[in-house]
Design a protein around this ligand. Structure first.
Ligand code: NAP
Length: 248
């Protein structure tokens, strides 16, 4: 029997990268999977088919995670379709890098709204559902950058640090209702997001990682599975570094 049999997971940003890897792993562990995306219609349809091939229910929902009202509507549709939400993963995220002195207001707002406000939007919409169920599990995907900072990523670092404080507060507020909330903080992960980075920069990053390589998306997904499964039933408010030793 799969570790997530009988559970419904809602994952934001599962058309590619880390979210896609989590959706596949959770489905292979028996979870029904609802996922949110914004632009990639074709990719979303093929991911939906890929997940259904695991023998679970799966459905893509087109929604902008930045938009409070859209998220309320989307979560309502998910509940109508699946009946419950056991696992929420706040994964959707973007970068829009630049040194502070050159960073525009829009560059700041776009990253904060996509990476941080999105988590508020989804937790606000999902928490009442989870409270009615008297159980639920929230996982947010932060980054080592949120813990240590990074030149050129003040917006991204602030959004990821914000997720940590937000999650710990949610964990304290909702623990007595049977709801856990945790964070994973990946280091460098090989995805389309990081494929945009200059190869010489990537080489420099790898040199600075004790394990001398970036993570495969499946390595992040397996850490996520631990935190959203009953294997971690007494863990809440925790930040799990999955970074090849980068944060030591
Ligand atoms: P990715 O490959 O760029 O995928 C991003 C996903 O988020 C896509 O499915 C995209 O959907 C969705 N998305 C983006 N903006 C959205 C919006 N406004 N509304 C709805 N969906 C939206 O990203 P990734 O590299 O897998 O990263 C996933 C998470 O891990 C992010 O939070 C990132 O910050 C974090 N992380 C990544 C790394 C890394 O090295 N890659 C390291 C640490 C942390 P569409 O395609 O439809 O737009």
């Amino acid at each position: 029997m799969g570790q997530l049999e009988g559970k419904t997971a809602l994952i934001t940003g599962a058309t590619r990268g880390i979210g896609h890897a989590m959706a596949k792993l959770f489905a292979s562990e028996g979870a029904d999977v609802a996922f949110v995306y914004r632009n990639s219609d074709d990719l979303a349809a093929s991911v939906e088919d890929e997940l259904k091939a695991c023998g679970v229910r799966a459905k893509a929902f087109k929604s902008d995670v930045q938009d409070f009202q859209q998220v309320q509507t989307t979560v309502g549709e998910v509940v109508k379709e699946f009946g419950r939400i056991d696992i929420l993963v706040n994964n959707a995220g973007i970068t829009c890098d630049g040194l502070l002195l050159r960073m525009g207001e829009q560059q700041w707002d776009e990253v904060i709204d996509t990476n941080l406000k999105s988590a508020f939007n989804f937790v606000k919409a999902c928490a009442p559902v989870m409270m009615r169920q008297r159980s639920g599990n929230i996982l947010s995907v932060a980054s080592v950058v949120g813990i240590h900072g990074n030149a050129g990523q003040a917006n991204y670092a602030a959004s990821k640090a914000g997720l940590v404080g937000f999650t710990k507060s949610v964990a304290k507020e909702l623990a007595s209702r049977g709801i856990r909330a945790n964070v994973i903080a990946p280091g460098f992960v090989v995805t389309e997001m990081t494929a945009k980075v200059d190869p010489s920069v990537v080489e420099g990053w790898c040199a600075g990682i004790p394990m001398k390589r970036g993570a495969d998306v499946d390595e992040i997904a397996r850490a996520a599975l631990f935190l959203v499964s009953d294997q971690s039933s007494y863990i809440t408010g925790h930040v799990l570094d999955v970074d090849g030793g980068m944060g030591m």
